[in-house]
Design a protein around this ligand. Structure first.
Ligand code: SER
Length: 313
């Protein structure tokens, strides 16, 4: 991994991934792309290309000029957005993925794309969800993710493309807010704690989902991409997580810093339904064994950092 194209670079993960990769591999070796111009001060005025991931000609044109050895394909619609327009979700999530994989085959690129806890469904074991288990998701997002995981395995087996990937849990960050996800509450709650001192949660108070602080997610991504291929038995869609939390747990942690913080509940049946169809806590032992996955942030540490960073904004 030396010269990297990123798709969906203005998204929640893509923004921080771009900054971290530039720090590590040099600004000239990382090319972020997305469907609109960046507004973020840290990305403005630096190399950037407009790209709709459904446009294969444009993707090839960018690759032919930039000459990457790696593509990190982050462009996708999140779970709640996918439910609003499932056809568009298929078009972007699957169309974009196939294009990025085809590009990797043609240009011999190393390839990364995230899967998600959304690749599991109601019939999946909820506690310590194994790496290999039942995957019958009931959302379009989940259908896309399962198909994507299989497609990445296929491109490795059939064409020898060095595909790698992680099943991310909800990711929590203060640099760029997510949009359209089921786990977004866990970011919004921190911003609202600072902005207004209160939060109305659309997820019920005792609904557990896996989460991870963004720094751990970015570190895990880079670690997997740099890992010795001979150690990787699973290659794609590694379960990773740092904590299993619910809104009440987050609220209680925030109250250690802001005692007057208030939370009430107005549960959204769509996103609550999605959350209930996902695991409570997944087992990340394959990632630990095969490439030394080691998250550093728990709820307490992450809460301290989130509140401090948002306060300073
Ligand atoms: N954070 C994503 C979502 O909620 C899960 O991968 O859609």
């Amino acid at each position: 991994m030396e010269r990297i194209i990123i798709t969906g670079a203005l998204g929640q993960i893509g923004t921080e991934l771009t900054l971290k990769l530039r720090e590590r591999y040099g600004e000239e070796n990382v090319l972020p792309t997305d469907i609109k111009e960046p507004e973020d001060e840290q990305l403005k005025g630096k190399p950037f290309e407009i790209l709709d991931v459904r446009d294969m000609d444009r993707l090839k044109e960018i690759a032919a000029t930039f000459k990457p050895d790696t593509i990190m394909h982050m462009a996708a619609l999140l779970s709640a957005t996918c439910e609003k327009d499932p056809q568009l979700a298929w078009d972007i999530n699957m169309g974009g993925l196939v294009n990025a994989l085809e590009l990797s085959r043609e240009f011999s690129l190393q390839f990364f794309t995230p899967s998600s806890i959304g690749a599991f469904g109601p019939s999946t074991p909820k506690e310590n969800t194994p790496q290999v288990t039942v995957q019958r998701p009931t959302t379009m997002y989940g259908v896309n993710k399962v198909a994507g995981e299989l497609l990445c395995d296929y491109y490795f087996e059939k064409f020898g493309v060095d595909t790698r990937g992680l099943r991310f849990p909800g990711l929590i960050s203060h640099v760029k807010e997510p949009g359209g996800g089921t786990t977004d509450y866990a970011v919004e709650i921190y911003f609202e704690a600072i902005r207004t001192g209160r939060y109305t949660s659309y997820i019920d108070k005792d609904t557990n989902m896996d989460m991870m602080y963004m720094d751990d997610a970015i570190d895990a991504t880079i670690k997997l991409m740099e890992a010795d291929a001979s150690r990787l038995e699973d290659r794609n869609a590694f379960n990773v997580t740092a904590m299993s939390i619910n809104p009440e747990m987050v609220a209680n942690e925030i109250r250690k810093h802001i005692p007057a913080f208030e939370v009430d509940y107005d549960v959204d049946p769509v996103r609550q339904g999605i959350a209930e169809s996902w695991p409570n806590v997944i087992d990340a032992s394959h990632a630990v064994r095969q490439w030394d996955f080691e998250p550093k942030y728990n709820l307490a540490k992450m809460t301290e950092i989130m509140l401090e960073a948002i306060r300073n904004k």
